[in-house]
Design a protein around this ligand. Structure first.
Ligand SMILES: [Zn+2]
Length: 640
């Protein structure tokens, strides 16, 4: 269902008028654009009009300046213009455009349109006058220091402490803050890049990568498979590389590399398992980059090179489901891509389902079901918090007019996963797996919508009776959680629930049989404790199990949330250290949210945030600013 951005047509009209005026000055022979050129594209989060002119290849030549905190250089876009359109519209946000030239070297007229009030996150359309036969458009530009996709880290914010670090996060619509492009998941392009970095630093991209430092700091990349712009990625830092298998390996700062290589050792087996399930891995190598702790997400499925948070390095390989997840995106998301962000669940729900299947293949059904049970608990909590009737608890979202980042919660991931589990259960695993393998093959390097997927399901998999029984429309288009959900069961969790109850009934912490507990049993135990526990009872647990001193980020996050709810002060110094060091939004949002529930907690949180905020990526800052009511330039409130 195409949706439009309110006010956007008018805005584009005025931009076009401007651009045409400019074009008319430079090229008096250019006729006015035909009226149908003003059609709104299907993606409510892009100004681009790929149905007229489509970018098919991007060549970047960028210099990375750590002092100025800018990228500058040239983006050369190869375009496919079958109808001979006279304008190319690109998405940009905060870019300084210096010049635009065509392939023949002639200057092209261009105009940056206005922002839309209340939708500044969309940035500004860059409308370029092109000749109908133009094949290449060069944009000379620079980013600004605050570009939202880019995180510039001081040496002190890295593990090594001596060299700066840069990484990008383009999803969902941040690519336009560092590359002028048609920033819609519905547009795929191949790309190549030359990236110039200071001596001694290594650059890597979501492309074919070097594994060692290049002389002169000049790196050349090639990405021969077409990808949408949200998968453009770059990182620059003091990086080492360690192979994990013949076609996979890990990049990390030298100080982190040995722990990362140990933790991620099962990656080659995960690739094998994924290929056995749903067909060949089509991207050449699969490598991971373990970033400094400010990375706002668990992982980002940048093709050929997953970006990952170091908070998965628990020392016991218990948090590697994240690798299974990012790897699974090589099929769901990167290969078959949501056409726009309203159908984000087609990327994430499929991937979360696939992740569970990889985990089951490697570690057994009982283990995978434990993970699914934890996830279901989180999903139920999310839906309860949002309200079971809330429109954003639907799989197919309506994000027009809003930052698509708002749609990125548990629902797309976990409700999506449980929908696919329900389908699997309804038709049996054999039929389902054959269907899914064919789906990834048939729609490889294409986009998908909810409506097209449901049509395909009805045509290729389900009988009308099965479709009716499952309630496809209810799952995809209605809020809340359908009651035919296939819930996971776990005997190990049932045992944990019983032990938790015994402890709550007055049992001693020391009597809890935790010796064989994995991270997941601990999470089940902690997440099931009530918020109303007296601090003395938390002290008892802490004394027995040293939870405040845990090195496992998942356990820390669950424990600190309880500590805040109970006002257990001995955990606060460690909580403060955690909030300053770690930038992963999944951990930060609930912790700041719990702190903000009381005036004292909020005052303390603001004091910590003031110091932590410069180290967070813009994605996390945006969320926490909102939770704490933080406004730029009002830094004195904490002491007020
Ligand atoms: Zn994902």
């Amino acid at each position: 269902m195409p949706a439009s951005v309110p006010g956007r047509a008018a805005s584009i009209l005025s931009i076009l008028a401007l651009a045409l005026l400019a074009a008319a000055c430079a090229r008096p022979e250019a006729p006015p654009a035909p009226a149908e050129a003003i059609a709104i594209a299907d993606d409510p989060h892009s100004f681009a009009r790929p149905e007229e002119v489509r970018v098919t290849h991007l060549a970047l030549d960028l210099t990375v300046d750590f002092e100025a905190r800018t990228l500058s250089g040239r983006a050369s876009l190869t375009v496919d213009n079958p109808a001979g359109a006279r304008e190319l519209v690109l998405d940009t946000r905060g870019l300084e455009i210096a010049a635009v030239t065509l392939g023949d070297g002639s200057a092209a007229a261009f105009a940056l349109g206005d922002e839309i009030a209340g939708q500044e996150f969309l940035g500004r359309p860059l409308t370029i006058a092109i000749e109908p036969d133009a094949e290449v458009v060069h944009v000379d530009y620079a980013t600004r220091p605050g570009a939202a996709a880019l995180q510039w880290l001081d040496p002190a914010q890295t593990a090594g402490g001596e060299r700066p670090f840069l990484y990008t996060q383009s999803q969902p619509i941040l690519a336009r803050t560092w590359v002028p492009c048609q920033d819609s998941p519905g547009v795929r392009m191949t790309y190549e890049a030359t990236v110039r970095v200071p001596e001694g630093l290594i650059a890597v991209m979501s492309a074919e990568n070097p594994t060692a430092e290049q002389a002169g700091g000049v790196y050349r990349f090639s990405m021969p498979q077409p990808v949408p712009s949200y998968l453009l990625a770059l990182a620059v830092g003091d990086l080492g590389f360690e192979p994990l298998g013949a076609a996979s390996g890990v990049y990390a700062e030298p100080a982190t590399l040995p722990a990362a290589a140990w933790e991620l050792a099962d990656t080659p087996q995960m690739i094998d398992a994924a290929e056995r399930l749903y067909g060949p891995y089509r991207w050449g190598r699969y490598d991971l980059l373990v970033l400094p702790p400010s990375f706002p997400f668990g992982g980002m499925e940048n093709p050929r090179l997953t970006f990952a948070t170091p908070t998965i390095l628990a020392g016991d390989r218990s948090l590697v489901a994240l690798v299974a997840h990012e790897l699974a995106h090589s099929w769901s998301g990167n290969l078959v891509t949501n056409a726009n962000w309203n159908d984000f669940w087609l990327n994430e729900g499929f991937t979360t389902y696939f992740e569970g299947r990889i985990m089951e293949a490697l570690y057994g059904e009982e283990y995978a079901e434990m993970l699914a049970a934890l996830a279901l608990g989180e999903l139920r909590a999310t839906i309860e918090e949002m309200g079971a009737d809330a429109p954003d608890t639907r799989l197919h979202l309506d994000l027009a007019g809003r930052d698509p980042d708002e749609g990125m919660n548990d629902v797309a991931y976990e409700k999506g996963r449980f929908f696919l589990r329900t389908l699997e259960r309804a038709v049996g695993r054999e039929r389902w797996d054959a269907f899914l393998a064919d789906y990834f093959d048939r729609f490889a390097f294409q986009t998908m919508t909810s409506a097209a997927f449901l049509d395909h399901l009805r045509r290729e998999l389900l009988t009308p009776e099965e479709a009716e029984r499952i309630g496809l429309e209810r799952w995809v288009y209605e809020p809340g959680l359908p009651d035919n959900l296939v819930a996971p069961t776990s005997e190990r969790f049932a045992a944990v629930d019983a032990e938790r109850q015994a402890w709550l009934d007055g049992g001693a912490a020391a009597e809890l049989p935790t010796a064989a507990w994995t991270t997941h049993e601990w999470l089940r135990f902690l997440r099931g404790l009530p918020d109303s526990l007296p601090p003395a009872r938390l002290a008892e647990l802490d004394q027995a199990f040293r939870l405040t001193a845990s090195g496992n980020a998942e356990i820390q996050a669950a424990w600190f949330r309880l500590a805040v709810a109970a006002g257990y002060r001995p955990a606060y110094p460690a909580l403060e250290e955690f909030l300053i060091r770690v930038g992963r939004r999944k951990f930060l949002a609930p912790l700041y949210g719990a702190l903000a529930a009381t005036p004292e907690g909020k005052a303390w949180a603001l004091g910590v945030y003031e110091r932590a905020r410069p180290g967070y990526h813009a994605v996390s800052r945006g969320t926490i600013d909102e939770i704490l009511g933080w406004e730029e330039g009002a830094e004195t409130r904490a002491s007020a």
